[in-house]
Ligand binder design. Structure first.
Ligand SMILES: [Fe+2]
Length: 341
């Protein structure tokens, strides 16, 4: 899905696409859209420690790692899976395991779950891919979704349930309100929280914090992490996109990333920003990368759409670094006190 985009983002920026925005995989359905004002409501959950786990992508090893990491917290965190927890899990046993485990926690639907919930192929994978993502990546994502829908067909009730999950959520951490989305503050499959568009979108995002009455947005979807603090007239506001929990996010690495928002700091955070009494952090999510790669290859052989789009990233990480992710205002975990401007 969105990951492919990530993988090819840089190389494909100079590659013009002939695709029309209305084509499957490019389109953003009207039903995906909302106004930032929808977040102006009471918080649905309150906690001192929140995990936002986007882009699990059907990786059962990453799922186990999330639960294990959560069990090491001083007090149990609330875990929100903010969409695209399904993707590579075309094996029925994987699908059932991911689905049943995730739904024991709070879950939002991403474009994958939304498109799995019905039979209309008009939106393809629902990724809403921008022009800098190549047509081949888009076509392969649509093909993956079709295969996954064949697997999900075994559980019609579960498919319907996925379509009934919310698109967004408001969480209170301490005294602070966090808007949790899959894409961005305007759409389930929005690409406004990605490094390619962040600077251009910055004024609109600053306004959206005020419209939404939240101090931070936590997202995923674009499959590459981004973190930035905005200095607004009402005070600092933060945006954090965890990239992917179920795939590597940086070149030469194999760990996923989970967003942690809490009244305490985690000792292993990759980077963090403080908003008053809370810390907003990126946690590295280590899982058995060799076992996951073998698991993936067994289910997605060479030349399959997922192998062509993702095997290199699963093996070596994407062409993206931690410095790409930090857009300002966050402090690196290994360089306390050094705030990226
Ligand atoms: Fe997505």
């Amino acid at each position: 899905m969105d990951a492919t985009a990530a993988l090819g983002a840089h190389e494909s920026q100079a590659r013009p696409s002939a695709a029309e925005p209305s084509l499957p995989g490019r389109t953003c359905p009207i039903s995906y859209r909302y106004s930032p004002e929808v977040f102006r409501r009471p918080a649905e959950l309150a906690t001192d420690t929140l995990y936002v786990v986007g882009g699990l992508y059907g990786n059962p090893f990453a799922l186990e790692a999330v639960l294990a990491r959560a069990s090491r917290e001083g007090c149990a965190p609330r875990i929100v899976f903010n969409g695209d927890f399904h993707w590579f899990d075309i094996d029925p046993a994987d699908f059932e395991r991911v689905n049943s485990t995730v739904l024991q926690h709070t879950a939002l639907r991403g474009n994958v779950e939304t498109e799995l919930s019905h039979d209309d192929a008009g939106a393809g994978c629902g990724c809403g891919y921008p022009q800098w993502v190549g047509d081949g990546d888009v076509a392969r994502s649509n093909a993956i979704l079709e295969q996954l829908r064949d697997t999900a067909d075994r559980w019609p009730q579960a498919r319907r349930h996925l379509g009934e999950l919310p698109m967004h959520l408001v969480a209170a951490v301490g005294e602070h309100r966090i808007g949790i989305v899959h894409g961005d503050c305007w759409s389930l499959a929005g690409w406004g929280f990605t490094q390619e568009t962040l600077e251009a979108q910055a004024p609109a995002i600053e306004s959206a914090f005020a419209e939404a009455a939240v101090e931070a947005f936590a997202s995923s979807h674009t499959c590459l992490p981004v973190a930035r603090v905005f200095r607004t007239a009402r005070g600092p506001r933060a945006l954090i996109n965890n990239g992917a929990a179920g795939m590597p996010n940086f070149a030469g690495t194999h760990y996923g990333i989970v967003t942690r928002v809490a009244t305490t700091e985690a000792p292993d955070a990759l980077y963090r920003a403080r908003l008053g009494a809370i810390a907003i952090e990126a946690l590295p999510l280590a899982f058995d990368a060799a076992a996951w790669r073998a698991h993936f290859v067994q289910r997605w052989p060479p030349d399959s759409p997922a192998s062509v789009s993702y095997l290199q990233r699963i093996s070596e990480g994407p062409a993206y670094t931690l410095l790409h992710a930090l857009r300002g205002g966050f402090e690196r975990g290994d360089h306390p006190g050094l705030v990226v401007r």
